[in-house]
Design a binder for this molecule. Structure first.
Ligand SMILES: [Zn+2]
Length: 134
């Protein structure tokens, strides 16, 4: 029986859809998929400077699982830098803390405060927004 992969808690999805290298002679078409949970692992460990114990608790995974996600994230980013690949943010096995939305117009990702009644993109004010899902 296939084991169901446990979901990893991500506090906020990446605010970008991807990164693209520039200043290279040929147009890169290759890309690496950076999962939301990999982005979160990099953010917690290298941006928020949490230790792996704290970070794994926050994401609701074991320490070895966190280490694996983190290692995978670093390898993907290193590969993108060295091989001038694009980085794409991909949903992966994440579950999000709040209900997040994506703007169909400008691709912004955002959540609404609990007391909001207006459902508009906070960036471009478009009403074409969709729940952020896989
Ligand atoms: Zn927008």
């Amino acid at each position: 029986m296939p084991r169901r992969r446990s979901l990893r808690k991500v506090v906020a999805p990446p605010a970008f859809k991807g990164f693209k290298p520039y200043g290279i002679s040929s147009e890169s078409t290759d890309s690496v998929d950076l999962l939301y949970e990999e982005y979160e692992a990099i953010k917690l460990a290298d941006y928020d400077l949490m230790n792996h114990q704290e970070a794994s608790k926050l994401m609701g995974v074991s320490r070895p699982t966190f280490a694996r996600i983190y290692e995978s994230a670093r390898r993907k980013i290193a590969m993108a830098l060295v091989q001038t690949k694009e980085i794409k943010a991909v949903y992966g096995n994440a579950w999000l803390d709040e209900n997040w939305f994506i703007c169909a117009h400008c691709n912004a990702r955002f959540s609404f405060p609990a007391n909001t009644t207006e459902h508009k993109c906070p960036i471009c004010k478009s009403q074409e927004i969709d729940p952020l899902k896989k």
